[in-house]
Design a protein around this ligand. Structure first.
Ligand code: T46
Length: 143
């Protein structure tokens, strides 16, 4: 087991196909139901993260599957499945992280110029979020 192994449930690394064209740049490709294990219904991205003290996430989803990619820079992804907690440094733009249901996640420690992209299995639905940690613990214990 390496320091980089993802141990929490409903997660894991999502490697992408990449073509390194040297000084002409790097091409990364993401295909639904091939590289991403679900049908993609929504894509969003997060920019203008001011500094390492910026904080996003602090919630879990009841049913949604997502994969998060760090297109530029780096950040720290905190993952908690109600039993196991871990923190992962995400910096490779050809390798995302799967964020499945029942997984409390936080994003912190953003480097300058960090840009995140997320692909999601469904449209935005606030009723599908769990934003309270105690509710999250009850949810994972009963599901
Ligand atoms: C997640 C992490 C990785 C919308 O109206 N539509 C959308 O598709 C999204 C993503 C957000 N919003 C609204 C809802 C809130 O009023 O934008 C506001 C901020 O959303 P949220 O607090 O969920 O943002 P993050 O960056 O903390 O979390 C986002 C995703 O929302 C979330 O699903 O897992 O990125």
């Amino acid at each position: 087991m390496s320091d980089n192994d993802i141990l929490v449930k409903n997660s894991g690394w999502v490697p992408l196909k990449q073509f390194d064209d040297g000084r002409d740049g790097m091409l990364c490709i993401l295909e639904a139901q091939r590289d991403i294990p679900f049908e993609i219904k929504r894509i969003y991205y997060i920019t203008n993260l001011q500094n390492a003290r910026s904080l996003r996430g602090k919630h879990a989803h009841k049913t949604l599957w997502q994969a998060i990619f760090c297109i530029s820079g780096s950040f720290l992804l905190g993952l908690d499945d109600g039993i196991t907690r871990q923190e992962i440094q995400v910096w490779r733009n050809d390798q995302g992280v799967l964020l499945g249901p029942g997984l409390w996640h936080t994003m912190t420690g953003f480097s300058g110029g960090c840009v995140l992209m997320v692909v999601a299995s469904d449209y935005y639905d606030e009723s599908e979020y769990i934003r309270n940690y105690d509710e999250f613990v009850k949810f994972v214990r009963t599901s």
